[in-house]
Ligand binder design. Structure first.
Ligand code: ADP
Ligand code: G6P
Length: 735
């Protein structure tokens, strides 16, 4: 049975050494808690780090670890102490984490850590590749493994690869500061589907792909390496039923069944009718806005002193990444702040903040969620924040108020929460007061709407939608209407040549017969191509016509010793029996009027330039800011369309170029002139770029047309690479 291989840095279980062997505990954090329920119901495997390094285990312990891991359908990746230091604490958590959360001042870049990051991604790739069987899919998770999709794709091109980023993708202005920005994007683009929590992260990513990796992006699809990569947002949900059921059970508990934590909470709540509890739960991370929250709480107590002795903030902070200096600093700062405020406000019978710095079993989390009147969630930046959704799921009586930072991914979905700017203490204090005093009816109406949404878009649904999108990303026909040229199609075309009296084969050049190059020198035909073309031309039934945008002088140099028909300069010149003619007597006096117009666009669009060709004017914007370039195209089109109306000029929009030329200068028009000259009863046309599309369109319907590359096309078939064109020609030559 086909399986899905989940890959993340951390496995859903963490193994630690203990006196009598090993200790296994569940992992904390949105990724592990969310994916765990998806994984448990599947027949897949989960590849990741166990939590122990190679130096911590001997042979005996390793087999124990392997057994524990296997029991949970997991496969461990062995990491050394050095890997953890440089790849995990280093590049992942001192470079990528702060950068992607807009903490530029915390972002360190060290070459050694980067090298380690690459090495560890390769270690993961090895383990994953070993696990892959026919029909399997791979789903890679999060910022620790950004290079992995490309590594797997290189080894297993046919395997569908999905990638999901659990943290924000920063705006281009932030991402561009990062020395390895291009490598990171290339790594991610090994995927067939890329998922983000919100549309904002998706568009930030696409903007970087366009501007940094210079890839073609149309809506949410990227063309790269002859593949179409889909990018979409999938807001991650929670295992709603699990939290809801646990909360229901919690409410039914008798006094005897209650946990110690629950008893303490009850004590506070029973102190008076007006006693209130405010809850926050997070990993101790500087992105979570913990100091801001405490300061805002202090501000609240000063501004609304009537709440003294009535309100209590319960802060659960889970230890996290404690070897990174910023986390150590945050720990000190949090301890000091809590100490100061408790010192300042406490009375004999009241402490304003209860602060727990540890992990807690699931049952205690539920105690906290179900006992709190308000959840105060104030990250300064957070990819999603599942705690907010968990609080919603546990409010089975539909009471309670969620106060949520607008800097979380969850805020985009949870519109009925009271949203705050985590940097605005005044707003937090006032919103907290509003939450505490909110009438029950309003609490209920907000909570019911929140619950509807959170229960509908659960983590199962999230995973299902992601996998369905991954499956459909494999179906290239949704992007390209042409059919992939297969052996049957090829045989039919070969047979048509055999059955014909004479066949003409129109061949594009740059990108069709040779790999696409900008520089003329690099475009020269290689020996292998000369040989292939010569073999094809041995067949007396076949005539070759190479069509190109190149200049006729270059073409003449390259093909002087042959008798092929040649069409150059986009279709302006034609060579037959080694004699060049101009296909039409073309006027160029229109250029005088159009050049000044295009020059204004060059001036206003840094990086763009104007190419004055013999018969055409081309405004190239590939080196300009791509988004500005695309905006200008709309303007240019409007201006040129009115300027060229009632003339025989046309405006063409190609890849990063707008071109103005006579309608009669086109490969399609030129090909038709060739067909008028001699009757061919069979036509084959192969081409890769937008100028070839006119040829595909203009040729008679029965022509066999083949596009090189995955793009929308007028051709009937497509192949992926120049190499495939060459093997088709070789087969043709063997006829
Ligand atoms: P992040 O992924 O940045 O840690 P999230 O809010 O998305 O933040 O996810 C945190 C997850 O960790 C939640 O599912 C939450 O239930 C769990 N969690 C948080 N604190 C604890 C704790 N003390 N003990 C156990 N699980 C915890
Ligand atoms: C966030 C990240 C996860 C990570 C988790 C816990 O949720 O997105 O990738 O696993 O935090 O962090 P840790 O460094 O302990 O794995």
């Amino acid at each position: 049975m086909n399986k899905t291989i989940i890959v993340s840095n951390r496995l859903p279980l963490q193994v630690k050494r203990s006196d009598n062997g090993i200790d296994v505990t569940p992992s904390v954090g949105g990724l592990a808690t969310g994916m765990k329920s998806v994984h448990k119901d599947s027949n897949g495997v989960w590849v990741g780090w166990t939590g122990l390094t190679d130096d911590e285990i001997d042979e005996d312990l390793r087999s124990k670890v392997d057994i524990a891991v296997k029991k949970e359908q997991c496969v461990g990746v062995n990491l050394t102490k050095d890997d953890i230091q440089n790849y995990y604490y280093g590049f992942s958590n001192r470079t990528l984490w702060p950068l992607f959360h807009y903490f530029l001042e915390y972002t360190e870049f060290e070459k050694e850590a980067w090298e380690s990051y690459k090495r560890v991604n390769e270690k993961f790739a090895k383990v994953v590749i070993d696990q892959i069987e026919d029909g399997d899919k791979v789903w890679v998770h999060d910022y620790q493994l950004l290079l992995l999709p490309q590594m797997i794709k290189a080894a297993k091109p046919e395997v569908p690869i999905g990638f999901f980023l659990h943290i924000p993708f920063p705006s281009y202005e932030i991402f561009r500061t990062f020395p390895k920005r291009k490598e990171i994007l290339e790594g991610m683009l090994g995927s067939d589907l890329l998922g983000f929590h919100t549309y904002d992260y998706e568009r930030h990513f696409l903007s970087s792909v366009k501007r940094i990796a210079n890839k073609e992006v149309k809506f949410n699809k990227i063309t790269h390496d002859n593949r179409v990569i889909k990018v979409d947002s999938f807001p991650m949900g929670i295992d709603y039923k699990k939290f809801e059921n646990a909360a229901k059970d919690n409410l039914k508990q008798s006094n005897r069944q209650k946990s110690e934590v629950q008893r303490r909470l009850d004590e506070h709540l029973n102190e008076s009718k007006s006693a209130k509890m405010v809850l926050s739960i997070d990993r101790l991370d500087y992105t979570k806005g913990i100091p801001n929250r405490i300061r805002a709480f202090e501000y609240f107590l000063n501004k609304y002193p009537e709440y003294k002795e009535k309100i209590r903030l319960i802060m659960l902070a889970v230890p996290s990444r404690s070897q990174v200096p910023q986390y150590q600093k945050l720990k000190r700062e949090t301890d000091e702040l809590v100490g100061r405020i408790n010192g300042q406000f406490s009375t004999v019978s009241w402490t304003p903040i209860w602060y727990f710095f540890r992990t807690m079993p699931f049952e205690n989390l539920i105690d906290l969620y179900t006992s709190s009147d308000v959840a105060l969630i104030t990250p300064v930046r957070d990819g999603m924040n599942l705690v907010a959704k968990e609080y919603v799921a546990t409010r089975t009586q539909q009471d309670g108020v969620l106060v949520l930072s607008e800097m979380t991914g969850a805020s985009k979905e949870l519109g009925e929460a009271l949203q705050i700017n985590p940097f605005n203490f005044e707003e937090i204090a006032d919103t907290l007061k509003r939450a505490l005093e909110m009438p029950l009816a309003e609490q209920k109406s907000r909570m019911v709407s929140l619950q509807k949404r959170v229960s509908r878009y659960s983590v199962e649904r999230w995973a299902e939608e992601f996998m369905t999108a991954l499956d459909s990303s494999q179906n290239v026909s949704q992007y390209v209407e042409a059919e992939r040229l297969n052996e049957n199609h090829q045989d039919n075309i070969l047979r048509s040549v055999e059955d014909s009296k004479s066949t003409i084969i129109f061949l594009g050049y740059n990108g069709t017969l040779v790999d696409y190059k900008d520089n003329v020198e690099d475009k020269k035909p290689d020996e292998a191509l000369y040989e292939i073309l010569s073999n094809v031309s041995q067949n007396p039934k076949l005539e070759i016509c190479i069509t190109s945008c190149s200049k006729n002088e270059d073409f003449q140099k390259w093909f002087a010793d042959t008798d092929y028909r040649l069409i150059s300069d986009h279709g302006a010149f034609y060579r037959k029996h080694n004699i060049w003619t101009e296909l039409e007597a073309l006027k160029t006096d229109w250029m005088e009027d159009v050049i000044p117009v295009l020059e204004t666009f060059v001036d206003r669009t840094p990086g763009s330039y104007l190419d004055v060709n013999r018969f055409s004017l081309a405004w190239h914007y590939g080196a300009a800011d791509i988004e500005m370039g695309e905006k200008r195209v709309t303007e240019i089109n409007t201006v040129l369309t009115s300027l060229t109306s009632n003339t025989d000029l046309s405006v063409f929009h190609g890849k990063e170029v707008v071109e103005v030329k006579s309608t009669k200068v086109s490969k399609g028009y030129a090909a038709l002139q060739v067909l008028k000259e001699k009757t061919f009863d069979n036509i084959i046309a192969i081409g890769d770029d937008w100028t070839d599309e006119y040829m595909f369109e203009d040729l008679p319907d029965e022509a066999h047309t083949i596009k090189v590359g995955i793009r929308k096309t007028n051709a009937k078939y497509y192949v992926k690479h120049v190499e495939e064109v060459r093997s088709f020609l070789k087969a043709l030559a063997k006829q």
